[in-house]
Design a protein. Sequence first.
Length: 95
Amino acid sequence: MPQFDSMMTSLMDTTTLQQTWERIQQSTGPLQRISGVRTDSQSGYVFAYVLCQFEKTELNIKVVYNKAGLIAGFFLEQAKASVQYTSAPYIKGDA
């Protein structure tokens, strides 16, 4: 079971967390795989971005950890589409 800080504990108990996960899967379909994880740190917090592939969509689950290693935040974000740049046919690479 995840360890929440006092603020998160007051907002989300085990039952609420389970219900939240069930609601997510009702709209996205079941979780198929975790596509990647990246971390960042800022102002004493560590941000873990977990890229999750569900049946119908891809979401980033952002988990924020405080200095004590407790979960201080939990957010869902729509995954950003990966766009690959392609030059227009009239652009010459040797110019």
